[in-house]
Design a protein around this ligand. Structure first.
Ligand SMILES: C[S@@+](CC[C@H](N)C(=O)[O-])C[C@H]1O[C@@H](n2cnc3c(N)ncnc32)[C@H](O)[C@@H]1O
Length: 492
């Protein structure tokens, strides 16, 4: 059995026999973490490790603890939190949602520092009006042990050292060794166990913080989680990812608010079934006349000279004109102008197209929608559905469909994606290093304690020694006195 198939068999057995499904996690990370645990229990073979787990059911918890790396910090990446505080929260907070509470979800909250960071920002932002806004921060993780630490809200003092002194004094109590988050802040956060791949997401969320979690999953699992996050957020809500997480680069449902710090806004697109649109035959009525025909000739020759595919529709989605590139890019055979888009060859090739048209009109304002479509195995198009507004911008008068061949760009994108996944890989390795570092530090602390104990035993021994020495001296004096007395007695 190869190493890879050994790992796959172990993962399958864990899922089927123990209900622990780790198959969505990146294999490289899993292989490293499981190898680490196997070394701790002195095994070097997946099959033998599986037998070990079968004999010791409690080993599952140890394995899970090794796999779920919960490195975290208060206000991790401070500049990102600054953007959230200064630019994002004021906008979010001014918009009252439904239900009328300010709901936050910290998904993958580890030991709680992130959720308390959000609570501090909101307490600062709302000040005396905090109660009126009914803030609820739901913080979830799969790691029960981490959640227990989070609920206690007690941390070593050095963990809060980088928090601004004013906030430290206001929101933490304790001494030089240990601090505890203030009760008012603790009360804002509700911790709970939830597996992002399996459990129902929280709903009607206005701010969703899911940082440094997606990096541990493979692409399919990342997409699955993103779908849940998309459902959880109300339109207009904000998603805050980790600084190396770029899974939303090409996503229609999230618009970047701050691309550098991976802060996105859920756009107001509805995915409801589009209403049936009535079509009347006289599509081009009113577009007659010689003058118009000449203008049209100019317009068409201009369109035909362009490389991208361009198609223009009126408000009933009847196609007014198309350029030659449309047929070349989409591989269509029939002439499209004069037909209704949903009944045209274009929609037969891309059945999703009418849905995107509806999406661009679903919100309070018409919006541009982008998506990708492969009309052939070796061709990928980037398609933009762009509302055409009237001259005074008062309303929509039609729609432009713009399509561009991005096949070669995708090739480059593959390289960029590879680089991205290497970066993610590096970060997760880095976090593992941090864990190892913390473990080393705690071993070091244990050694120091042992050392201190030895030193104090040593000191005790020295004291005893000194006591013995003084006793000895006393005995010697007594001895000398006795000898003197004996001498005097001899003389007598
Ligand atoms: C590196 S920590 C990130 C903590 C925090 N969000 C931050 O950025 O500082 C990743 C967290 O994701 C959690 N996690 C991993 N898989 C999960 C899953 N399937 N469902 C929920 N949480 C998960 C881990 O337990 C861990 O606490």
């Amino acid at each position: 059995m190869t190493k890879n198939s050994g790992l796959e068999s172990l993962l399958q057995a864990l899922a089927e026999e123990r209900g622990l499904d780790l198959r969505g996690y990146k294999r490289t990370t899993l292989a490293r973490r499981i190898a680490r645990r196997m070394t701790q229990v002195k095994l070097d073979d997946y099959q033998r490790y599986l037998e070990f787990i079968r004999k010791r059911p409690e080993e599952i918890n140890q394995l899970l603890t090794t796999i779920l790396i919960n490195v975290t910090r208060f206000f991790r990446d401070p500049p990102a939190w600054d953007v959230l505080r200064k630019q994002v929260l004021p906008r979010l907070a001014s918009h009252r949602g439904k239900p009328d509470s300010f709901r936050v979800w910290c998904a993958g909250c580890a030991t709680g520092e992130e959720a308390y960071s959000v609570a501090i920002l909101l307490a600062e932002h709302f000040g005396n009006e905090l109660r009126e806004h009914d803030v609820k921060i739901y913080a979830t993780d799969q790691d029960e042990a981490a959640l227990t630490t989070a609920r206690h809200a007690e941390y070593p003092a050095e963990k809060v050292a980088s928090i601004p002194a004013g906030w430290r004094q206001k929101y933490f109590r304790g001494d030089d060794n240990t601090v505890r988050v203030e009760r008012a802040i603790r009360k804002m956060v509700i911790f709970g166990h939830s597996n992002l791949l399996e459990d129902a997401p929280i709903s009607h969320v206005r701010l969703l913080v899911c940082r440094n979690v997606l990096i541990y999953f493979d692409t399919a699992a990342q997409q699955q989680i993103l779908k849940r996050l998309e459902y959880a957020l109300d339109p207009g809500g904000v998603l805050f990812l980790g600084s190396t997480e770029s899974q939303l680069r090409r996503n229609n449902t999230f618009a970047p608010l701050n691309a550098k710090w991976r802060i996105f806004q859920r756009t107001g697109q509805s995915v409801a079934e589009p209403p049936h649109r009535r079509y009347e035959e006289e599509t081009l009525r009113g577009l007659a006349g010689n003058e118009l025909a000449v203008l049209r000739a100019y317009h068409e020759s201009l369109l035909d000279s362009l490389e991208p595919g361009i198609l223009i529709m009126d408000m009933r989605d009847a196609i007014i004109s198309e350029n030659a590139s449309v047929a070349r890019l989409w591989g269509t055979k029939e002439k499209l102008a004069g037909r209704l888009l949903p009944q045209s060859e274009l929609a037969r090739r891309c059945p999703e197209l009418p849905k995107y048209l509806e999406q661009s009109r679903a919100g309070p304002k018409p919006e541009t929608v982008r998506f990708e479509f492969a009309p052939a195995r070796d061709r990928l198009l980037s398609v933009t559905v762009k509302p055409i507004l009237s001259q005074d911008q008062a309303g929509q008068v039609g729609t432009l469909l713009y399509s561009e061949d991005i096949t070669s760009r995708e090739g480059m994108q593959g390289t960029v994606d590879q680089l991205q996944s290497t970066t993610e890989e590096l970060q997760s390795a880095n976090e593992e290093l941090e864990t190892t570092n913390e473990e080393l530090q705690s071993t070091n602390e244990e050694l120091e304690t042992t050392n201190e104990e030895l030193q104090s035993s040593n000191e005790e021994l020295e004291t005893t020694n000194e006591e013995l020495q003084s006793l000895n001296e006393e005995l010697e004096t007594t001895n000398e006195e006795m000898a003197e007395r004996s001498r005097q007695l001899d003389i007598v």
